[in-house]
Design a protein around this ligand. Structure first.
Ligand code: ADP
Ligand code: MG
Ligand code: MG
Length: 881
């Protein structure tokens, strides 16, 4: 089996299609080389080697030595330099690159091949000793960190002290002699921390680095990133070994990162940052403040330092041509790394750029307009889950703001929360249900879990392409970066003379860069423009209808604005918790006989009716699935003495009798207890009242507006056909009574939720009694897995980590298990009632992967919470493509 694939100098053993084998970086390097772009030559060791490396307990097969030697020979031939040559050495970078991009997750070593002898050769051959010694100290520093895993802060400290001693402000002030003596200090540090001298054999260096890249696949931060992004551990990473090009060879050299379009807003304009006389990581790490790529961007920001367009017009022109070529070639916005060595441009990486939801929409719609992609492709391009970012409120422009400072608008959206200063504190607070803003000098990959837990991220240092900015945009977290006026000390964060202690609330606006004291009120976004265009395209291709889970007129209105085509689940019990009604509800529950219950129900009837009138008015003409009372009654019981007293007064009973009755209602396992249709079987008058309220309301609205809603009355927790028959009879009786009283009929359906395995199995029979099924996949997951939703948090994440379930089955449907019950029930239901209506109303109705499954099984609709309706529309369209 072959593991090494060469690229550059007219050779490309692989190409863009080999992403699984070569990783994204390797595949795209080969692809760029094959279309004639200037790529430093190199080779990729495939991801298959990573898998084998772990299988063999961290060892390489002998055959790999030969293949790597051939790869090196390829680089030597193209560059005309030899690895380890004391006169004019070849230097290489060793870069990781997995199938899915994992920005900043894996480690890279630059300038490999330098030692005490080759550094002299590099100085002589380049005629630039300063550059040579700068490269050597960078190499020792990176190698010590990534490969030897020594404490990197010691190296940073040594550099800071060296600069301070000389009174320098910037790294670029360091002279050749300064770097040389720092190298000596670094080598001493390595001996002290590692117990051995820094490796001088260039081949030892290379194999050490290759092993470290493969090793980094199992690092903690890589594991966290994989878990958050559902990347399987089995994919492995590739290793790229590539000839170095140098952006640190003086003022005609530079390094930069760029996007072919604005990744935050989506505008069709080059967007990026670069640094003169610097090497790769300097831009991302926020060591110096980078300069803008284009003149327009520099002017818009009011910055003084020349843009690349102004400082290096010729190379910039070349770069712009490459941008256009890459965009047309890949038909997508690209995220690019480049280096200029003494006026010559080199491409080091390209990939589809991460972008905000706003930018994703704009870029997809624009590219379809430019004829680069089709409308369907545009629909397929936007991640439905990312729409979430756009649907949530933004800061109210009219609200007063106490602006503390302004940084860079690194990732849009607004967030308020208590200030925390460490990733761990952010995670703890989030687990306790508190909203926090993570404030750091700058972030590093070790902070990922905290960034995920936080509502927003604020950093004092770093540009628009800093780690914080890139990761925040990827996660959809608002982020303000590079707020230079901010410092962090023991007492909290300080801005001028103001100090904000940990726990105090601030607001950040990632669209403007503003940082404000306190919580600033927000407003709803307007869903027009690109959003409307793309959703219209999505609606053209989707087959699944999208309804909403809603029980208040406000939710219904929001959902309709978001495009809901009906209600998939209206939970009536939520209406019972209203303060004005709870006493009557309690009176009903605690009544000792039917007469007592009816008295309380008579009080609830007009209240329920007015609930439904309001909802039907919003949803007029659309189907509305209403679930009759479902939860165990004890959920409504009084707790406080005064509450018992209130109920006692209303019911004309004494408190002690009531308390005895409440104690009788205690259940050991209420979720499997007296709930759902079991309540209706025991107390049919409850369902009768609810059905009456629904029909009276429907008739009222029909009379008023001329267009009747279509109630679909849903009986919960059915396990047998007989239960459904009994409950349907109750509903039908109520309907006939109301229609007779009002002299008007309306259409309605009676159906059931499928949320017990028995119901799924007996769906054929049950369909004889009910006109529709709605898969209640929350309970169905609970009852199928035998896992209690409310107690699962403690062990489920461990299950996901160990690959027992691919995702949390309460978030994304367990297609293999629960899904089999769904498809079996759908099939059996259709067999006895071919026109049966099928939908899903669990949390899964808003989850794109679960929606894809619903399309596969051929359900008629999915139902999602109001804010997830657009996500469901887009996901349904993608499922149909
Ligand atoms: P990451 O995936 O973290 O971006 P990379 O492998 O892309 O890691 O490398 C990190 C930095 O090093 C990038 O800025 C890249 O441009 C630079 N770099 C990598 N290889 C070379 C090389 N052969 N010559 C010059 N710079 C390089
Ligand atoms: Mg990179
Ligand atoms: Mg349920």
């Amino acid at each position: 089996q072959r593991y090494v694939y060469r690229f550059g100098g007219g050779v490309s053993d692989g190409g863009g299609g080999d992403r699984n084998l070569l990783g994204g970086k390797g595949a795209n390097l080969a692809e760029m080389a094959s279309i004639g772009l200037p790529v430093p030559p190199g080779f990729t060791i495939s991801t298959a080697m990573c898998t084998r490396y772990y299988e063999e307990g961290g060892a390489f097969p002998d055959s790999l030595r030969d293949e790597v030697a051939d790869g090196l020979a390829h680089i030597e031939e193209i560059t005309g330099k030899r690895f380890g040559d004391a006169a004019d050495p070849l230097l290489v970078s060793v870069r990781s690159g997995a199938r899915a991009s994992m920005p900043g997750m894996m480690d890279t070593v630059l300038n490999l091949g330098l030692n005490d002898r080759t550094v002299e050769g590099l100085a002589a051959a380049s005629g630039d000793p300063r550059f040579a010694w700068d490269s050597y100290r960078r190499f020792i520093q990176m190698y010590s960190d990534v490969v030897l895993e020594l404490d990197h802060s010691r190296f940073e400290e040594a550099l800071e002290i060296a600069k301070e001693d000389q009174g320098y402000g910037l790294d670029t002030d360091m002279t050749a002699a300064d770097w040389r003596s720092l190298v000596a200090e670094y080598k001493a540090l390595v001996e002290e921390l590692w117990g051995k001298p820094f490796p001088q054999d260039v081949h030892d260096q290379l194999w050490g680095a290759i092993g470290a890249v493969f090793g980094s696949w199992q690092s903690e931060r890589a594991k966290v990133y994989r878990r958050l992004n559902y990347i399987p551990a089995s994919w492995g990473t590739a290793v790229n070994v590539q000839a170095m090009v140098f952006g640190n060879m003086g003022d005609t050299s530079a390094t930069g990162v760029a996007f072919t379009r604005d990744p935050a807003k989506g505008d069709n304009a080059y967007y990026g940052e670069f640094l003169i006389n610097a090497q790769g990581e300097d831009v991302v790490a926020g060591i110096r403040t980078p300069q803008y790529l284009t003149r327009a961007a520099r002017e818009a920001a009011g910055a003084r330092a020349a843009s690349m367009e102004e400082a290096m017009p010729q190379v910039y022109g070349e770069l712009a041509r490459v941008f256009d070529l890459l965009e047309r070639h890949y038909r997508d916005m690209q995220d690019i790394e480049f280096t200029v060595q003494q006026g010559k441009l080199w491409m080091l990486q390209t990939r589809s750029g991460k972008r905000t939801a706003k930018a994703a929409l704009k870029i997809a719609v624009d590219m379809a307009g430019e004829g680069l992609i089709s409308e369907e492709e545009a629909v397929a391009r936007v991640d439905p889950a990312a729409l979430d970012q756009l649907l949530h409120p933004t800061l109210d422009p009219a609200a007063p703001r106490d602006v503390l400072t302004t940084g860079l608008p690194a990732s849009p959206g607004a967030a308020s929360g208590a200030v925390v200063f460490t990733a761990d504190a952010a995670e703890e607070a989030a687990q306790a249900g508190r909203d926090v803003i993570l404030v750091r000098v700058e972030t590093s990959p070790e902070d990922i879990h905290g960034m995920h837990a936080a509502k927003g991220i604020l950093t004092a240092r770093g540009g628009m392409t800093s780690h914080a900015a890139v990761v925040a945009r990827g996660m959809g977290r608002p982020c303000v970066s590079g707020a230079g006026a901010l410092s962090i000390g023991k007492d909290g964060m300080r801005i001028g003379d103001r100090v904000i202690a940990a726990g105090e609330v601030i607001t950040i606006d990632g669209s403007t860069g503003e940082v404000m004291a306190g919580a600033v009120p927000t407003i709803q976004p307007e869903l027009v423009g690109d959003f409307g265009t793309l959703m219209a395209w999505a609606d053209k291709v989707r087959r699944l209808k999208v309804r909403t889970n809603a029980e208040t007129p406000l939710d219904c209105r929001t959902a309709r604005e978001f495009g809901a085509e009906g209600i998939g689940l209206c939970r009536t019990e939520h209406m019972f918790f209203d303060a004005a009604r709870i006493t009557a509800v309690r009176q009903m529950i605690l009544a000792s006989d039917e007469a007592g219950r009816r008295a309380a129900l008579d009080r609830l009837l007009p209240e329920q009716r007015s609930d439904f009138v309001e909802i039907f008015e919003v949803m007029v003409g659309l189907p509305c699935t209403i679930r009759l009372l479902d939860p165990p009654l004890h959920e409504f019981l009084p707790h406080e003495e005064v509450e018992f007293a209130e109920v006692a007064a209303a019911a004309g009973l004494d408190v002690d009798t009531l308390k005895r009755r409440a104690a009788e209602l205690h259940e050991f396992n209420p979720m499997l207890g007296h709930r759902g249709c079991r309540l209706g079987v025991t107390y049919p008058e409850i369902y009768e009242m609810q059905a009456r309220a629904i029909f009276e309301a429907a008739v009222l609205v029909a009379e008023k507006s001329g267009d009747a809603p279509v109630p679909e009355i849903m009986i919960p927790l059915v396990a047998t056909k007989r239960e459904l028959e009994l409950m349907k009879a109750v509903v039908d009786r109520a309907a006939e009574a109301v229609f007779a009283e009002k002299g008007r009929r309306i259409d309605y359906l009676v159906g059931t939720m499928i949320e017990l395995p028995r119901a799924a199995l007996k769906a054929g029979e049950i369909a004889e009694a009910g006109a529709f099924f709605s898969f209640g996949t929350n309970d169905l997951t609970q009852t199928t897995l035998g896992v209690s939703r409310d107690d699962a948090a403690r062990f489920l994440s461990g299950y996901v980590e160990q690959g027992i379930y691919a995702k949390d089955p309460f978030v994304s449907l367990d297609v293999e298990g629960v899904g089999e019950l769904v498809s079996l029930a759908a099939e059996r239901g259709r067999a006895t009632r071919p026109d049966i209506k099928l939908g899903i109303c669990g949390e899964h109705g808003g989850d794109p992967a679960s929606i894809a499954f619903c399309e596969q099984v051929g359900l008629d609709y999915v139902s999602a919470s109001p804010y997830r309706v657009p996500i469901a529309r887009l996901a349904a369209a993608q499922a149909a493509l």
